[in-house]
Design a binder for this molecule. Structure first.
Ligand SMILES: [Zn+2]
Length: 482
């Protein structure tokens, strides 16, 4: 294709849509906060990872060399509590849930990260960072652990646009916490009786806080020089306090802040207008949801909504996405069956849409509106959006057509009809499916030319073969009638 549109992305740090340029050559370094697998993942988690998967595919499509890091928070309070209830250890709980999450990601077509650092494998780096923060008086040691001193960092609240005085008014110190200020947060929690711990000289054994893990791992893997990396992402619920705290920990130790040039946050997912949670009784593990719904339909559903918007998931919305998927499959089968080249230009239009702050909804509408795109471009766009056609796309509805469809159609239309003549030479290689799509295309042509007699004749012929046509704003679909 010709030239690429300039890429504009919304940056949470500046609250504006900015033109994107990598910090270093053609490299794009991305850190996305990964899962804390102390409980099973749900679809809300998946939305964010699906978006970053599309962003990564698109950056690669544009020719960038992408390094994508997504961490695993494999130690936290909840996993310790769950392990205790079940009479096992935290790492067993984490490993089970994480394996299930990974299997779900594969089903959704989300590619593996380039690096997948486990927090417990970065204890020395985490401790080195904590020591530096203590040395520079951004952190202090008390009876129950090491805390970050929020008041020591004047820019605290800048990323999330929070006012420190208001935050202070709403915060309090819990029983058993020895921090100096309610806003301060733990970098290292000293181990209590029976808790998993790592030695930390010259302080005490314990475990890291969640926020410091991401600061240490992103620095180690993406920015050892302390001059910043390109993109830091996660769900919008991570902006505060998690990402705000990451900035507060990382930036005082950098040679040249900011920590990340562009901060990208995906919108939240609601289920029937509510947050999914065990206490509301609407919790469904991702793995189960994927047993009920086609993962590709879920992907399409997410692509239909802007990534920054709050999205409401309902059984109806996933049903509608399923029919969109069917239309894509039909177009794909038609293109595979047709001998003609198709029109170029789809890829260019999809690039324009994605360059506009990843407008996947518009990209998808181009994919659906295109009359006869070239098969090559159609396949490239599907891959770009992570909806790769697989073998079942070719078979799926062919088996649902009546077995004698072709024979019945021939007798209904008469063998000399042009639509059938086109297929006469190589009857065996033509699927009933492709023939049907060809008839639908001819009928649409007749409708465009206001040749109603011909259009009706084709529709009636199909009806006599047990196929009903439905004209919708998005095009013509069909179903088999008894
Ligand atoms: Zn993080």
């Amino acid at each position: 294709m010709g030239h690429l549109s300039s890429l504009r992305l919304y940056n949470t740090r500046t609250r504006t849509v900015e033109q994107f340029a990598p910090l270093r050559g053609d490299e794009v370094r991305i850190y996305v906060c990964g899962l804390t697998p102390s409980a099973q993942a749900h679809l809300g988690h998946a939305r964010s990872f699906l978006f970053f998967d599309v962003l990564r595919r698109y950056l690669e499509f544009r020719g960038y060399r992408v390094t994508y890091v997504q961490n695993v928070t494999d130690i936290d309070d909840r996993s310790i509590a769950t392990a205790r209830e079940r009479g096992t250890t935290f790492d067993v709980v984490m490993a089970e849930n994480y394996a299930s999450f990974k299997a779900s990601m594969r089903r959704l077509g989300v590619r593996e990260p380039d690096e997948e650092p486990y927090a417990t494998a970065y204890i020395p780096q985490i401790q080195a960072m904590i020591r530096m923060l203590i040395g520079k008086q951004y952190a202090y040691v008390v009876e129950d652990g090491v805390y970050y001193s929020v008041r020591a960092f004047p820019r605290y609240g800048e990323l999330s646009r929070r006012n420190i005085e208001e935050l202070e008014a709403g915060a309090r110190i819990e029983v058993g916490e020895y921090k100096h200020d309610p806003l301060d947060f733990a970098l290292w929690k000293f181990a209590k009786e029976g808790e998993p711990s790592w030695p930390f000289e010259p302080y005490r054994a314990g475990r890291p806080g969640w926020h410091i893990e991401c600061s240490a791992m992103s620095r180690e893997l993406l920015d050892p020089q302390g001059v910043g990396f390109d993109m830091h992402g996660g769900g919008a619920d991570l902006i505060f306090p998690h990402h705000e705290n990451e900035v507060a920990q990382s930036e005082p130790l950098m040679r040249r802040p900011p920590m990340a040039n562009t901060w990208i946050h995906g919108g939240l997912l609601l289920f029937d207008s509510r947050k999914m949670s065990k206490s509301l009784g609407n919790f469904e593990p991702l793995s189960q949801l994927l047993d009920r719904h086609d993962p590709q339909a879920i992907r399409l559903l997410f692509l239909q909504t802007g990534y920054r918007k709050v999205m409401n998931f309902t059984e109806e919305s996933i049903g509608a996405a399923g029919s969109v998927l069917d239309r894509l499959k039909k177009t794909y089968r038609l293109l595979r069956a047709s001998k003609s080249g198709g029109d170029k230009g789809l890829l260019q239009r999809v690039d324009e849409a994605l360059a506009d702050d990843m407008n996947t909804a518009v990209a998808l509408s181009h994919l659906l509106q295109e009359e006869t795109p070239s098969l090559d471009e159609f396949e490239r766009v599907l891959t770009l959006l992570g909806i790769e056609p697989h073998a079942s796309w070719l078979e799926e509805t062919a088996v649902t057509l009546p077995a004698d469809f072709v024979e019945r159609l021939k007798s209904a239309l008469g063998p000399s009809t042009p639509a059938l003549r086109a297929f006469a030479q190589d009857d065996k290689s033509v699927s009933p499916e492709a023939l049907l799509e060809r008839i639908i295309a001819l009928r649409n042509e007749a409708r465009t030319n206001k040749d109603w007699a011909k259009s009706d004749q084709l529709r009636d012929a199909l009806a006599s073969c047990g196929v009903a046509l439905h004209d919708t704003s998005g095009g013509t679909t069909w179903s088999v009638v008894a």
